[in-house]
Structure formats: C-alpha cells, structure tokens
Write a protein that binds this ligand. Structure first.
Ligand code: NAI
Length: 440
C-alpha cells in the first residue's frame, strides 16, 4: 500500500525517490561532464554544451514511471490486488488482522498474514525541517529545478556523495559537511582513501569533522554555522541544502500499538533472523527492520518471507550483501574490510590491482582506482572484495558469487576472464593475493 506526496507510484523509495531516479540523474550528469571535459580527448569537438535541467528531470520522471508501470504490470500478471493509500493496523481479529487503507476511499482489509515493508524516511536535523525548497531530503534533491550556484550538503554518506556528484557535474559549487573525522568509515580504508583523492581532484569539497550548529533557512538560501576540524567557527552560505545524515524507519503511521507490534528504540520493527515480528502472522522486511537500508537486501528478505509463508525454506545470506556507491569512480564491496578483519583478529592476505594497468580501463579513459581482495591467510577463502573504479557496481557481482560459493582467491585467479575487460582487474587482484600478478 503506497502513498507518495507527489503522485501515486508503486515501488517505494527506491523506485520513486531513491535508487532509480538518482541513477537517472547520475547518468545524465555524467554524459554532460563527458561532453564538456572528456570528449576532446577522443577528438570530438562539442562546443557550447548546455544542460537543460527541466528536460533532464523529465527524463528521470519517465524512467521512474516506466518502473512504476512495470510493477503494476507485474501485480496484474501475478493476480495481486493493489490498494492505493496509507495502511495501518486497526486491530487483531480471529485468525488475522484488520488493516485500514486510507486513500481516495477508505477500506478495511482482513489479512491472515501481513508483511510490513514501509521503508524509511530521511532523518532531519533537529529543528531544521525539510521544506523541499531550500532544505532538501533525498526527495527534493531529485527535483532541483535549475543548477544551484552553491549547494551545501550535510553528511558525506551514500546520498551525500551521489547527489553532490550530480550537481557538481552540472556546475554547482558543492560543499559537504561531514560530522565524522574519517571519510566513509564503513568502507575499506584503502579504498575510501583512493575515492577521496578522486573526489578532491574533481572539486567536490568535503569537510570532515565538521560540527554543524545553527542552520538558518529562508526562501533565497541557507546559512549554516559550523565548527571545522581545527575548531574554527565558520559559516557556509548556499542556495540549497541537502540533508543526508541517514534515514529513520517508517513506523509512525502504522498504529503498531493497536496490535502490540514490538518496535525498538529507533522505531524499527523488531524481527528475528527470519523477518518474523513479535506477532504471529506478521512479518517485516527492508529499511523498516535491522540491517543495511538497501533495496536488494529488502528484496531478498521479501522473497524469503514469501517462501516461508508457502512452507518453503527462505534464505538470506547477510554476509554476502553487496554495497555500491554510484559516484565516479564507483565504490563497491562485499564482505569484511581490512580494518574489520584486524579488529576481529583474523589472519588475512591482501592483494590489489590498479585499473591503471588494465587495458580496457585505459581504452575507456578511466583508470582511477583498484580492485582489492582479502583472503584468509590459512585457507585462502575470500573474506572481502573491495573495488573503487569504473563499473565497480557490475564487477562486484563476481565477488558476491565467489563468496556465496566460499571460493578461494586462487579459484578466481585460475578462471579465464575475457580480454580486454575490467573484470581482468578482479582476476589480477586475486592473483596478487599470492603476489603472482601477470600485468603489474
Ligand atoms: P549514510 O548513513 O550513508 O550517511 C550519513 C552520513 O552523515 C554519515 O557519514 C554520518 O557520519 C553523517 N552525519 C550524521 N549526522 C550528521 C550531522 N549531524 N552532521 C554531519 N554529518 C552527519 O546515510 P544517507 O547518505 O543519508 O543514506 C541513507 C541510506 O540510504 C543509507 O543506509 C544508504 O545505504 C541508503 N542509500 C543507498 C544507496 C545505494 O545503495 N547506492 C543510495 C542512496 C541511499
């Protein structure tokens, strides 16, 4: 049951105001950047390259609509009834639950089994509500009507980096204020360092260790008082501010207390490893429960729950969920980072291979970054694979398969990879674990 502020749309945050529209804008802005700065390297002259932001946003909306329509088509094909409106628990009844759907009309459904997949909402800074004009969440960040001269972001996580990249490429002067002193703390340190170097070179200004104070927002712009890592009190003025400091589970409208559905202190629904809640017949998946807020994790949980309801044995391997940040260079990883292995006291071997030594990357004109393998020192089992560089989002799939099958780095090193391809860097990084790279 879906209700979005701007128009009805099946598919939740990912389809409407998350993964899909952001990737559409990332693609458009990357084309623009290529036309402006990299076509010349290929002997292509492109003069007076302009961006029509309205058209770019229109294309993004079309991509979203194609996905909405695709979902509605799948509902029809699979004989699933779609009720459009806000769903909430009314009460427990004999053998199930009454669910109210408040949309254009009000309906009450009785369900024997319920799956709650209400997702998450952007976390606001205390006292600074989103107006989606000047202070933007992920939603407003995807609807900025013209390139702002100055754009500020708070939080250099996944959304901050992706949205900051879009508007920097389109010509905005972008500053990201990050509270933590380390950049991308959850990412392997070596990979995060390499990514930071690339972002610095692009002119994406990231202030680490920034303590944000008073934020004054008006129709014309925003002023953000903050203290930098050196303790200096500064003010950042910008036309728009995107707040990307994490997300909170969407449970406030569920009327959870009416049926006694247990929530934790963050407001997330408490579930066990199988996504069972505290109530019989009620399941919960995705951003509204523990674990990473990733669409593909939610999808895996959803499928596993459907299998369990049907008496089958659903399964989700939380150790092999890939992460991707769709910046340029892309950042993708699966498994444990080097710092995690150290903290866990695991003896490991590391192997890296730079895209600089990869023929396909040179032909593409994109040689930033590397592939990094971490394997168990004794058994050689792959414990983590970390990539920063071109098409990392696609390359990571091989590592996920390898880890799912508990492959060793030698297994990958002995597999024939197409030449020339970026995936050769994966094979070479696997070879590097035993210091046997062929091309570096
Ligand atoms: P995030 O958790 O990735 O990053 C939030 C950042 O804000 C952190 O670096 C944190 O230290 C910083 N922060 C928190 N409070 C702050 C404050 N008061 N001042 C300054 N910095 C502060 O959260 P984000 O980027 O909002 O994304 C939310 C969720 O959406 C994430 O779980 C992410 O995985 C998911 N997402 C995934 C995407 C993908 O898979 N490519 C794309 C976009 C979002």
């Amino acid at each position: 049951m879906e209700k979005r502020r701007w128009r009805p749309g099946a598919g939740g945050t990912c389809t409407n105001v998350g993964c899909i529209p952001s990737k559409a804008l990332l693609q458009s802005s990357e084309h623009f950047e290529h036309a402006k700065h990299h076509f010349a390297d290929h002997g292509i002259t492109a003069t007076d390259v302009q961006i029509d932001v309205a058209r770019m946003l229109g294309r993004k909306d079309t991509v979203v609509k194609q996905n909405n329509d695709g979902i509605l088509y799948l509902f029809k094909k699979n004989k699933i009834s779609f009720f459009h409106g806000r769903g909430s628990f009314l009460k427990s009844v004999e053998g199930g639950y009454e669910i109210q759907v408040a949309g254009k009309t009000e309906e009450v459904l009785v369900a024997r089994q319920v799956v709650v997949a209400t997702g998450s909402n952007a976390r606001a800074l205390p006292g600074v509500p989103f107006d989606e004009e000047t202070v933007l969440s992920n939603d407003g960040a995807l609807r900025i009507g013209s390139t702002p001269k100055k754009l500020a972001l708070i939080g250099s996580g996944v959304i901050g980096l992706e949205m900051g990249s879009v508007w920097r490429r389109l010509g905005a002067e972008v500053t990201i204020l990050e509270g933590l002193p380390t950049f991308l703390g959850a990412v392997d340190e070596q990979i995060a360092k390499e990514a930071k170097k690339a972002f610095d070179k692009q002119g994406l200004k990231i202030e680490l260790g920034a303590k944000v104070g008073e934020v004054k927002a008006g129709k014309k712009g925003v002023s953000i008082a903050y203290t930098n890592a050196k303790g200096e009190a500064l003010t950042l003025e910008a036309d728009k501010l995107i707040v990307s400091i994490g997300r909170v589970p969407n449970t406030s409208g569920l009327n959870a207390q009416a049926v006694g559905l247990q929530l934790d202190e963050r407001g997330a629904i408490v579930v066990d490893a199988d996504c069972k809640t505290s109530l019989p017949g009620v399941w919960a998946v995705g951003d509204v429960v523990r674990g990473p807020m990733l669409a593909h994790k939610a999808e895996e949980e959803g499928v596993a729950v459907a299998e369990r309801m049907a008496g089958q044995h659903g399964h989700v391997n939380f150790n092999t969920i890939p992460w991707v940040i769709y910046t340029s260079p892309e950042i993708a990883w699966v498994g444990r980072t080097e710092q995690q292995l150290k903290a866990d006291g695991v003896a490991y071997k590391a192997g890296t291979f730079p895209f600089l030594a990869n023929g396909r990357a040179r032909a593409l004109g994109d040689t930033t970054g590397m592939v990094k393998f971490l394997a168990d020192a004794k058994t050689d089992e792959i414990l983590g694979v970390h990539i920063v560089g071109p098409m990392a989002s696609e390359l990571i799939a091989e590592a996920v398969v390898a880890m799912e099958f508990r492959a060793s780095s030698e297994d990958i090193a002995r597999i024939c990879h197409a030449h020339p391809s970026l995936s050769e860097a994966t094979k070479e990084a696997a070879l590097a674990v035993d210091k046997r790279t062929l091309n570096f």
